[in-house]
Design a protein around this ligand. Structure first.
Ligand code: AMP
Length: 222
């Protein structure tokens, strides 16, 4: 059983890395941001409560987020383990998590703010199939159109300059202290997130003493 948390500022590539890791090790990739986006696409009751907060790049209240994480982990569909992406994002979420669950490691993806800014503002998403693109290193063949389903590419509503500034501020003031807490427990592996996604994945595998990465799978997302 392998249980990991992946942490890093938005746009550091944690979604892509969590996807690659979970796909080849049969882990369940649990992204709290994806769960919120699913609710918003499906216009659920929860979506009505969180839409504005998420679009502004602000953190959703701890109670709501903790309920989501608890519910998701209680499904116990993660026979070989999970990669938890986007949680915990502040000290109180971290304490809640440590009281209820144990983990093998926290993967900390490090990317400077200016690189993140460039990446996030170039991020696009297919409005039909949800595939991720990036105008810097994963461009669609036809501008504005998904290579796979032909859907139109849009920006995430929270990938604006203003929302990004808020998320960077929250990351440094609220999420970095979470790392301190996990460091005390010697759970953190620091990974340079600036090389190519395949190289970053290889560094994660080496740091966690996992089988080497074979880059046969497609690399998606930012
Ligand atoms: P992400 O895809 O991880 O960037 O998450 C998108 C948005 O979902 C964030 O900007 C927050 O509004 C919300 N969100 C995701 N995870 C959390 C969390 N652990 N705590 C509070 N809000 C969250």
């Amino acid at each position: 059983m392998r249980k990991y948390i992946i942490i890093g500022v938005q746009g550091c590539g944690k979604g892509t890395q969590a996807h690659l890791l979970s796909e080849s090790l049969d882990l369940v990739h649990i992204s709290v941001g994806d769960i919120f986006r699913w609710h918003m696409e499906n216009h659920t009751k929860l979506a009505a409560r969180v839409r504005r907060t998420v679009a502004a790049g602000e953190l959703v209240g701890d109670e709501v987020v903790e309920d989501i994480v608890r519910y998701r982990l209680d499904l116990h569909d993660w026979n070989y383990g999970f990669v938890l992406d986007g949680f915990p994002r502040n000290e109180s979420q971290a304490r809640f998590f440590l009281e209820c669950y144990d983990i093998n490691a926290v993967i900390n993806i490090q990317v400077p703010d200016d690189v993140v800014r460039e990446r996030v503002l170039a991020r696009r998403l297919c409005s039909d199939c949800g595939l991720d693109y990036n105008l810097i290193y994963h461009r669609p063949e036809v501008r504005g159109t998904c290579d796979v389903c032909g859907g139109s590419l849009v920006s995430r509503p929270d990938d604006t300059e203003e929302a990004l500034a808020k998320r960077l501020e929250d990351y440094h003031s609220k999420t970095e202290p979470v790392l301190k807490l996990f460091r005390k427990k010697e759970l953190v592996v620091d990974i340079d997130g600036t090389p190519t996604p395949a190289e970053v994945q290889q560094s994660i595998r080496s740091a966690l003493r996992l089988p080497a990465y074979t880059p046969s799978e497609s690399v998606v997302g930012a």
